[in-house]
Design a protein around this ligand. Structure first.
Ligand code: PBG
Length: 326
């Protein structure tokens, strides 16, 4: 026998030397939930270990993250008031705008802030846009998404991440950011976002469950792969800086395919349901939380992602530091 693949698996040193997938703490983004009010640190029951923070207390989370080596954040907001047009989403004193200013005041460029741009947390009906009877009106919604994105950037966000899945929003947001001279504000597009039941724990966390119907007329059907290529191509052409795929674990084929499409960085969002399943199974004593967390995260990078948004960001940073992965 000439070929003995087991030679390269003989011990930890040779395995570490020949790992094909390298992961850095620099590639991880931690989601943070901001809630309007003061002195709030409220546990999110569906996302164990995560909290709603009011802007005055969010530093507690940032400190922990920075200590672990994580300095990139994706912000979600829970406003005090909702209405049919989600006006708190673009209010200059909205929860995200307040939160960004506070975080940038305390940490300046030590942290990188990406904001989720969507309407579902701000609308009384919980849909991601402006309704025309029961249908989300695409083109009217673009006006609002663009206002939200510009207001986040004006408050100091480094990058905006539209997650609504309206057609044409990347082009529109790019145009309006540029018109406000916000030319260096990047766009990470939720380019390929499926209508997924893996978001359920998030909807509890963000209070964004639609009051009627579902999101299938704008988010993608999970039977489709070629459509993912179409969506990604459109966003690349419209000026996205980073292409994101969401969810991650059940969509590794999509991550692989989309990562081959262009030279743009490919991000994957390991969503709330993926996190909650691991936590729940570990609590039942049927899996090892740490090992499953490591294995799932590596699989996303192996598939082709360069960036991972994950509720396990701090814990993964520790496993990278220990050399268990990466
Ligand atoms: C907002 C948005 C959602 C998520 C990110 N941005 C919810 C949804 O589309 O229903 C899900 C994140 C997660 O599940 O972790 N539109």
């Amino acid at each position: 026998m000439v070929n003995r693949p087991r030679r390269l698996r003989l011990n930890q040193n040779i395995r570490a030397l020949t790992r094909e997938t390298r992961i850095s703490t620099n590639s991880l983004i931690l989601p943070i939930f901001l809630q309007e009010g003061n002195n709030i640190k409220r546990p999110i029951s569906s996302l164990e270990g995560h909290f709603h923070y009011s802007p005055d207390r969010v530093s507690e989370e940032i400190e922990k993250a920075l200590k672990a080596g994580i300095n990139k954040f994706l912000l979600f907001g829970l406003p005090a008031e909702k209405d049919i047009i989600g006006s708190q989403g673009y209010d200059e004193n909205g929860i995200i705008q307040q939160g960004i200013r506070k975080m940038k005041e305390n940490y300046k460029d030590e942290i990188y802030i990406i904001t989720d741009v969507c309407m579902c947390e701000y609308t009384s009906h919980g849909h991601c846009g402006i309704l025309d009877s029961n249908y989300v009106d695409n083109d009217k919604t673009l006006d609002y998404l663009s206002k939200i994105a510009v207001s986040h950037a004006m408050a100091g966000a480094d990058m905006v991440a539209p997650s609504d899945m309206m057609d044409g929003r990347i082009g529109r947001i790019r145009k309006d950011l540029d018109a406000h001279n916000l030319i260096n504000i990047g766009i990470m597009s939720y380019a390929v976002k499926y209508a997924s039941s893996f978001y359920e724990p998030f909807r509890e966390a963000a209070g964004s469950t639609p009051s009627f119907g579902d999101r299938k007329s704008y988010q993608m059907d999970y039977h489709n792969r070629r459509e993912a290529v179409k969506e990604a191509r459109l966003d690349i052409d419209e000026g996205a800086d980073i292409i994101m795929i969401k969810p991650a674990l059940s969509y590794l084929d999509i991550i692989h395919e989309v990562s081959q499409l262009s030279n743009l960085p490919t991000a994957a969002y390991s969503v709330s349901g993926e996190y909650a399943m691991i936590k729940a199974a570990a609590k039942m004593g049927i899996i090892d939380e740490y090992k499953i967390m490591c294995e799932s995260a590596v699989s996303v990078f192996r598939a082709g992602a360069n960036i991972l948004i994950t509720y396990f960001a701090k814990e993964l940073a520790e496993s990278i530091r220990r050399g268990d992965i990466g």
